[in-house]
Design a binder for this molecule. Structure first.
Ligand SMILES: NC(=O)C1=CN([C@@H]2O[C@H](COP(=O)(O)OP(=O)(O)OC[C@H]3O[C@@H](n4cnc5c(N)ncnc54)[C@H](O)[C@@H]3O)[C@@H](O)[C@H]2O)[C@@H](O)CC1
Ligand SMILES: Nc1ncnc2c1ncn2[C@@H]1O[C@H](COP(=O)(O)OP(=O)(O)O)[C@@H](O)[C@H]1O
Ligand SMILES: [K+]
Length: 487
């Protein structure tokens, strides 16, 4: 059992793959082994979270997730704790494993009640796991509200009840801000839904126990959790040409700052030279706070041989430069208004697809609304399955797609599993941080990292800066993020 952090990459498996792995493992092991291991791991984590708990409420549901709860309760009772189990289900219809664990809990002397205890130091959510098929209602919904209403910690077994383990969508009211401190102990496999969409809020701190079954995993992962980029030392004999040129195209009237932010981010991410091609005809000719940036008229920039980062603060004006960027830029990041222009124009879409067929490195960085426009969908439709939406965009345009938001998803048009970025937090929910990400990806492309790696590495680093922002520093702003320096 170990805690999942952003410090190492990990494989993720969806529900269908998890069930196949479970079947393989269960058929190779003595009966009830998996549930006993799951219950023991849960009891150990419960004791570590609340070593002095007097009452531990274990809420058990109608399937094998409830079985994990019974087993955990039995183990806790054996160790001198006082679990109180509420069971929401029909005993005669319990799966065999869960029935055996219910008996073991009874034999251990666990207390069963029909109503949750009035006070408890820890709640264990063993209501629904990967068998969740519809939103919790009735008593189950009431118990979940009760469990999360106070400040007491909640330990969810396998998956927080009501969370879709594949997509990270939550069945219950997404706007409810729970008071509880959340921990999830996920079992056998790590699931993608714990790390994207509403998954991170619902799951809290994620622990993983493979139940000793990693050797039974024969299939490839459904998705992957990104790990930190390798440190790439600079050789002594390198020069600015070794790290490439980035040209930012954006900054229409009133939005110069977006292009400057992307340029600053590219510069501080190590690009050899950074040009900022501004679309505003009366724009400044030098940014005295960042004299390293070479400000140009966007129309005068020759993009051949360059990595272009196109669209930051681009407004409608960016549209006329897109055909040239799509056909001449050596590598290309398309962000913000460039994506909106493409979504509205079939001829630009055709040109983007044609670029995709040439294999020229191209990265799209939509937030959910921009992704929805490109897909002809709604933001809700995109958020309902972020992995599928990112993959659909990557396949349609032949471009690496970075679908931003909590648990940014990076997909490409190959058979490689999509990646979920584990870093980042709501400090990034401030204007301009997306421009910074686009500039960071541009710098990685300029030093010739392959597009998928460039996107994964920049997304990890971008979120990591926010995750390590000192608590006592000024609030994160996009400018400070670009400079990587809390000001
Ligand atoms: N698959 C695995 O890898 C392992 C599974 N184990 C546990 O077993 C779980 C999967 O067990 P199950 O397939 O029985 O699934 P669950 O225990 O998640 O739930 C299935 C049951 O809940 C009912 N249900 C679904 N949504 C409901 C709702 N909203 N309200 C009320 N009832 C609802 C279903 O009709 C079914 O009876 C895992 O999440 C994990 O906790 C572990 O014991 C060991 C390994
Ligand atoms: N709550 C959050 N958790 C993690 N990352 C976030 C969150 N909110 C925003 N971000 C990140 O911040 C960036 C915002 O980008 P975007 O929406 O394009 O903003 P802007 O257009 O203002 O630059 C993205 O990288 C996104 O993933
Ligand atoms: K659960």
């Amino acid at each position: 059992m170990h805690r999942i952090t952003s410090a190492s990459a990990a494989d993720l498996f969806d529900i269908a793959a998890t069930r196949r792995i479970e079947q393989t493992a269960a058929s190779a092991l003595p009966p009830h082994t998996l549930m006993q291991r799951a219950g023991l791991a849960a009891a150990r984590l419960a004791m570590a979270l609340t070593p002095h708990a007097r009452t531990i409420w274990v809420a058990c549901g109608p399937g094998n997730n409830g079985g994990d709860g019974f087993e955990a309760a039995a183990q806790l009772r054996h160790r001198g704790f006082f679990p109180v189990v509420t069971f929401l289900g029909d005993e005669s219809r319990l799966p065999q494993d869960a029935k055996a664990s219910l008996q073991r809990a009874r034999d251990a002397g666990v207390t069963f009640t029909s109503e949750p205890p009035s006070t408890f130091e820890l709640a264990v959510d063993a209501l629904l796991g990967i068998g969740s098929t519809r939103p919790p209602s009735g008593a189950m919904a009431e118990w979940l509200v009760r469990m999360h209403a106070g400040a007491q910690p909640v330990l969810a077994l396998d998956v927080p009840s009501g969370l879709d383990a594949d997509t990270g969508t939550l069945a219950s009211d997404p706007d409810r801000v729970p008071a509880s401190t959340r921990t999830t102990l996920t079992l056998l496999t790590l699931k993608p839904g714990l790390f994207t969409a509403q998954g991170r809020d619902a799951a809290g701190t994620v622990w993983f126990d493979d139940l000793g079954c990693s050797t039974f995993i024969q299939e490839s992962a459904t998705a992957r959790l990104a790990g930190p980029p390798d440190h790439a030392p600079r050789t002594h004999a390198s020069h600015k040409g070794s790290y490439g040129d980035v040209a930012v195209i954006g900054g229409a009237s009133g939005m110069t700052g977006a292009a400057l932010l992307a340029g600053s981010a590219a510069l501080h991410s190590g690009a050899g030279r950074v040009f900022v091609g501004l679309l505003d005809p009366v724009a400044m000719s030098v940014d005295t706070s960042q004299p390293e940036l070479m400000l140009r008229d966007a129309h005068a920039l020759d993009l051949s041989g360059m990595t272009a980062v196109c669209g930051c603060g681009g407004g409608d004006a960016v549209r006329e430069l897109l055909p040239r960027a799509l056909s001449t830029a050596a590598a290309l990041v398309l962000d913000a208004d460039a994506l909106n222009a493409i979504a509205a124009d079939p001829s630009l879409q055709a040109q983007l697809m044609a670029r995709g067929r040439t294999g020229a490195p191209t990265v799209l960085t939509p937030h959910p609304l921009e992704a929805a426009r490109l897909l002809g969908d709604t933001t809700g439709g995109v958020q309902a399955n972020r992995l599928a939406a990112a993959r659909a965009l990557a396949l349609r345009f032949g471009a690496v797609t970075v679908l931003k938001g909590s648990g940014t998803v990076i997909a490409d048009a190959t058979d490689a599993p999509p990646v979920i970025n584990p870093t980042g937090n709501a400090r990034l929910a401030t204007a301009g941080t997306g421009d910074v990400l686009a500039g960071m990806i541009g710098a990685a492309l300029a030093r010739r990292r392959p597009a998928f790696e460039a996107a994964c590495e920049a997304a990890w680093q971008h979120g990591h800066i926010a995750d390590t922002w000192p608590a006592d520093a000024a609030p994160l702003t996009a400018g400070a993020l670009a400079r990587r320096t809390p000001a």
